[in-house]
Design a protein around this ligand. Structure first.
Ligand code: SAH
Ligand code: SF4
Length: 361
């Protein structure tokens, strides 16, 4: 295991210069408490108030003295991230738009499933994205900046504090390309496992296919699921819809996924957006089956969720349900489990155009 980068500029401060505590690791909270001249066990108490009890204010931290609580109030805050908007869908999906300390906005989503009592959240890893996939609203935004590990972890904590509900599954499928912000994403995964308490097996990192990032993640040997947004089995189509294919060709991607699955023993997920007339042909379904047959994977088909340009037009259409099922049947020739993603929150435009979740047809 390689050592983790330590120069990830942290902790974050609010507008009054107070240190933000939510999203920090226990070691960082220890450092903060030490600087205050307080005994080390105070760090454990504060960590537990933040991560186990989802405290919203220092007043709640009743096992700290009133003097310390007042002091904390002056020099620290729980979270400087504001909820700019919150939309709640008829199906219970909650879409948050968070305002960061520099005024930039990122989205996170909390998804409820009637057939399951666990909740899934989707977090962003960057503000905007440089990859520029042609069907993705975030792609149009372009890249603005990376998120710090603390900002990624605090999305999950802010959701829990606001909703009062425990996030059981987490996907890195909001804005941004996680493996173009790899060190921060890896650090955030460690904190989410250790401090937030979500098991690695319930965490999925989704990538458009950044080979060095996949290699780096493999070295870290985290017990998480890696999802590859493949979207087309042939180079011509993939270069069109996921332009980074020119840098990391399909055969290199599949090779690096095979290595990843072999080294980690984890089954990877192949994500595949169905764009009518572009990625949904019978030939492409057969080519997909062929491409992944020797890879330890599942396939998740994502019917395109239309995103609209300013003039109200959409570049692509979603294939009919029949066409989706035909594609699924052909893809199943790979011998892999193939699911069609169930959408959540369509009535609130759950967002980056991609904020849906797993499962199944
Ligand atoms: N950048 C990463 C993770 C964020 S996107 C990645 O691309 O994998 C999460 C998933 O949603 C990706 O598979 C992405 O291709 C898909 N997606 C993006 N826009 C979509 C849309 N309009 N309809 C359906 N899926 C979309
Ligand atoms: Fe970026 Fe993922 Fe959107 Fe592509 S699909 S532009 S990689 S966020």
């Amino acid at each position: 295991m390689t050592s983790r980068s330590t120069d990830l500029k942290e902790p974050i401060r609010d507008q009054s210069g107070r240190v933000a505590l939510s999203g920090l690791s226990l070691a960082q909270i220890r450092e903060f408490v030490k600087d205050l001249g307080e005994p080390a066990f105070r760090a454990n108490q504060i960590h537990s108030w933040i991560y186990a009890k989802w405290a919203k204010s220092f007043d709640e931290m009743t096992d700290l003295s009133a003097a310390l609580r007042n002091r904390l109030q002056d020099v620290a805050c729980i979270s400087p991230m504001e909820i700019a908007t919150l939309q709640v869908s008829k199906d219970g999906t909650r879409k948050y738009l968070f305002k960061l300390t520099d005024g930039k906005l990122v989205e996170s989503v909390l998804m409820a499933f009637q057939d399951r009592d666990t909740l899934s959240a989707c977090v962003s890893s960057q503000v905007g994205c440089a990859v520029g996939c042609t069907f993705c609203a975030t792609g149009y935004l372009g890249f603005l900046r990376n998120l710090a590990p603390q900002e990624i972890v605090d999305q999950v904590m802010s959701i829990q504090r606001e909703s009062g509900k425990r996030v059981a599954n987490l996907v890195y499928m909001g804005q941004g390309e996680p493996l173009l912000n790899t060190e921060s994403v890896i650090e955030s995964v460690h904190r989410i496992i250790k401090s937030v308490g979500i098991g690695g097996r319930h965490i999925t990192v989704s990538t458009s296919g950044i080979v060095p990032g996949i290699e780096r993640l493999k070295e870290e040997a985290l017990p998480i699921t890696l999802a590859l947004s493949l979207h087309a089995p042939d180079t011509v189509t993939r270069e069109e819809v996921v332009p980074i294919t020119r840098k990391y060709p399909i055969r290199d991607l599949i090779k690096s996924l095979k290595d990843y699955a072999k080294t980690t023993g984890r089954r990877v997920t192949i994500e595949y957006v169905l764009l009518k007339g572009v990625t949904d042909s019978a030939d492409q379904a057969k080519a997909l089956a062929d491409l992944v047959k020797d890879l330890h994977c599942n396939i998740n088909l994502i019917p395109y969720n239309p995103t609209y340009a300013e003039d109200g037009t959409s570049l692509y259409d979603r294939p009919s349900r029949d066409a989706q099922l035909r594609f699924k049947e052909l893809a199943e020739r790979s011998g892999k489990t193939v699911t069609i993603r169930l959408e959540r929150g369509t009535d609130i435009d759950a967002a980056c155009g991609q904020l849906h979740n797993t499962y199944s047809a």
